[in-house]
Design a protein around this ligand. Structure first.
Ligand code: PEP
Ligand code: MN
Length: 353
């Protein structure tokens, strides 16, 4: 491991570094006269995933320059294949691109059923929809809760799409996981370590959304909490970060999508809906996400957006989603990848105008 040290470090800060290094079985070798770059050498075999953070947290360490000898569980290791996460028929990672689509919230069975049929016919392989909604205001619609889960279960039986739905509370993980094919951890919950630990134990795939102001490293460490509990099916989701301009709801950080694809073997998807905040920007942002290397998209779709009880302003109509799906198929093909579609849906790349 290579560390960049602060030249202003005190003797006691350096002593702390020596102590942690000794505890973990490393020797220090300073590589420059100014003693600002140090190599940690370990004769007794490779380091452990937790070694990096032990050094990263020290006062004298400005940056970990290279941690490839103590890889964390999310970290890309040369020669090791990308993780492909499957949620029902959907596959994310490697050469597979998939689409998750559906309403922001589960509102009533008729709507969810209609939306599910429409997005399946358009090429989505998983249905999204929140039964528990993390709303900014306590006075907004909070979701149908257990009734919403029942609706999702019935819609899956009817339409056959895998279900992705959000879990907000560690105490509800078991109940949500009993119905869902995959669990969503929303932006507002990304740092809830109790929730991350519980979904890490539940055995269902997890879609982990980046916090509104979380760094890429914080997102990866949130994923590490899930991975460290034995759940290896984690999909990272970039959904836009807080910006200063209101022309978009959030700023879709495609640079971070490209960065994540370099540093982790986990699949990365993009949510253009929460980034855009309005329907006419969803298609271009979806395209930008795929061009940056995203392994899939999660998109909000509603059959009657004027009546949607949550995130009405950004929902696509089924027809708009069908256009997006064709475009996604064509872009995936350009990159030598393949959009996975439900049985009976033809080659969408060919259908792209
Ligand atoms: C959602 O997917 O509807 C949602 C609340 O997303 P986020 O957590 O990204 O705001
Ligand atoms: Mn939403």
């Amino acid at each position: 491991m290579l560390l960049h040290l602060s030249t202003a470090s005190s003797a006691s800060d350096l002593e702390a570094l020596r102590r942690v290094a000794a505890e973990k079985g490393y020797e220090l070798r300073f590589l420059d006269r100014g003693r600002s770059v140090v190599e940690l050498v370990r004769e007794s075999g490779p380091g452990k995933p937790g070694d990096r953070v032990a050094f990263e947290d020290l006062a004298c360490v400005l940056r970990v320059l290279d941690a490839s000898e103590a890889p964390e569980l999310h970290q890309r290791v040369p020669g090791r294949e990308d993780t492909v996460v499957r949620i029902g028929a959907a596959a994310f990672g490697g050469s597979s691109v998939s689409l998750i689509a559906g309403p922001c919230a589960v509102e009533n069975e008729a709507h969810v059923l209609e939306i599910a049929r429409a997005v399946r016919d358009a090429g989505a392989t998983a249905l999204r929809g929140g039964a528990y909604k993390p709303r900014t205001s306590p006075y907004s619609f909070q979701g149908l809760g257990p009734k919403g889960l029942e609706i999702l279960a019935r819609v899956r039986a009817e339409v056959g799409l895998a279900i992705l739905t959000e879990v907000l509370d560690p105490r509800e993980v078991e109940r949500v996981a009993a119905v869902a094919d995959a669990l969503q951890i929303g932006s507002r919950s990304m740092s809830n370590v109790a929730l991350l630990a519980e979904v890490g134990r539940c055995g269902k795939p997890v879609v982990l959304k980046r916090g509104l102001a979380a760094t890429a490293r914080e997102l990866l460490l949130a994923a590490e909490h899930v991975l460290a509990r034995g759940n290896r099916d984690v999909v990272l989701c970039e959904r836009g970060v807080r910006g200063f301009d209101r022309v978009t709801r959030n700023v879709l950080d495609v640079g971070t999508v490209a960065h994540l694809k370099r540093v982790t073997h986990l699949p990365v998807i993009v949510d253009p809906s929460h980034a855009a905040g309005r329907p006419e920007l969803v298609l271009p942002l979806a395209r930008a996400g795929l061009a940056a290397g995203a392994d899939g998209l999660i998109v909000e779709v509603h059959v009657d957006r004027s009546r949607a009880r949550s995130d009405a302003a950004q929902a696509l109509t089924p027809a708009e989603f069908a256009t997006l799906a064709r475009s996604a198929a064509a872009l995936a093909q350009l990159d030598g990848r393949r959009l996975v579609v439900p049985e009976g849906v033809g080659d969408l790349a060919e259908a792209c105008p």
